[in-house]
Design a protein around this ligand. Structure first.
Ligand SMILES: Nc1ncnc2c1ncn2[C@@H]1O[C@H](COP(=O)(O)OP(=O)(O)OP(=O)(O)O)[C@@H](O)[C@H]1O
Length: 375
């Protein structure tokens, strides 16, 4: 998938006309302009670093703030990441998706220009440098949960063609000045051809968030994003990481920790202690139940993102009561594998013998590590 062919097919005359009409669509930036906006990619402007390069804060001549992703290495992989991100972000617009301002491709340089998100990523508030400030009260968490679900639902159900994100995680949920969620980082996203139920692909994603069928068989479908979103929801409600160390040698998946508590209806024990008990009980219960139903190992039993949005908003009492009465939340005295799907199903357990086809990216998944998914 060459950069040129993607941009050419993305940049039809229709789009050129559309660009003229709407001031919010993207444009091409010159390298000189981006150098001047970011103080020549000064270290002080650096916002963070991902698998494909560094992200810098910048200010344009009109005063608007931008975030510039500068792809680190020149490789086919980086080229593909660049092309996919530009193509996908160029075609989607939604209040809960990060907006593309433009791109720059000069010589060996490939840069992507986004809207700047002043409250950075959800990861930085839950586990990173903003952890101590504790600004994510319950109201904000609920709005982030619903907003990010709406953004993903848009990708799955309203974008044409439909888009699977494939890397839903806390560092890819950015927060605007009002702490509204913006789903970001479409570099691994896949466009789904009309009528296809899934695409088989090299596995991309991040340890702790990968749906088992995707990690093991490379089958990517919308329900893989639903699984990852379930993990993200649990993380948002509990403040715990997708995989926690129980001891130096034993790791525990967040679902394995939360499911028994949910079965005992001890939702308060799942709530982030930093909330100091300040949360809406009914909403917390909804978040936990929806999270676990999303992050179950059988993809066909997971809800769609449209259903997730409805459930999180609590609009249908009947659906909520069906959810609460789901067999997965019945007390289970003994389980052979502490997975989220019940005793007859251990497919969410990934063992060390599993086929090792997961692509390794900095900070992401290699399959022997996937065994960390089991405690
Ligand atoms: N538009 C933005 N506004 C503000 N900060 C941003 C923006 N985009 C990215 N960042 C910051 O830069 C960091 C790096 O982002 P990037 O998308 O490159 O990687 P990542 O998602 O953290 O990791 P990976 O590439 O492994 O998925 C993010 O964690 C975030 O804090």
């Amino acid at each position: 998938m060459a950069f040129c062919s993607l941009l050419c097919c993305g940049m039809t005359s229709n789009r050129r006309e559309h660009r003229k009409k709407s001031s919010t669509t993207w444009r091409v930036f010159s390298l000189k302009e981006l150098h001047s906006a970011t103080n020549s990619f000064n270290y002080d402007n650096k916002l963070g670093e991902g698998g494909f390069g560094s992200v810098y804060w910048g200010q344009l001549w009109d005063g608007s703030q931008i975030a510039v992703k500068r792809l680190r290495v020149w490789s086919n992989k980086a080229e593909t990441e660049f092309a996919v991100e530009v193509e996908i972000l160029g075609r989607v617009r939604h209040k809960n998706l990060l907006t593309l301002r433009g791109y720059c491709a000069e010589g060996q340089e490939r840069l992507i220009v986004y809207e700047y998100m002043p409250n950075l990523s959800l990861l930085s508030h839950l586990h990173g440098r903003h952890l101590a400030e504790c600004v994510l009260d319950w109201g904000r968490r609920m709005s982030i949960a619903i907003g990010s679900a709406e953004g993903i639902a848009y990708l799955h159900h309203h974008a044409t063609p439909h888009i699977i994100h494939r890397d839903i995680k806390a560092s890819n949920v950015l927060l605007d000045s009002d702490f509204q969620a913006r789903v970001a980082d479409f570099g691994f996203a896949k466009l789904i051809p009309d009528g296809a139920s899934h695409v088989t692909t090299k596995v991309k994603g991040t340890l702790g968030y990968l749906a088992p069928e995707y990690a093991m068989l490379g089958k990517a479908s919308e329900s893989c994003d639903v699984y990852s979103f379930g993990i993200l929801l649990l993380e948002l409600g509990s403040g715990k990481k997708p995989i926690e160390m129980r001891s130096p040698a034993v790791k525990q998946a967040i679902t394995d920790w939360a499911l028994p508590l949910a079965r005992e209806r001890r939702f308060g024990a799942i709530a982030d202690p930093r909330l100091n008990g300040n949360y809406e009980e009914a909403e917390l219960k909804r978040v936990v139940l929806v999270a676990l139903i999303c992050a179950q190992s059988k993809p066909e039993k997971r809800p769609t993102m449209l259903e997730v949005v409805d459930l999180l908003k609590g609009e249908s009492k009947e659906k909520l009561s069906n959810l609460e009465n789901d067999e997965m939340f019945r007390p289970e005295p003994t389980m052979s594998c502490q997975g989220v799907s019940g005793p007859d199903d251990n497919s969410d357990c990934i063992t060390e013998e599993t086929d090792s086809r997961v692509d390794v990216k900095q900070g992401t998944y290699s399959l022997p590590e996937a065994a960390a998914h089991i405690s």
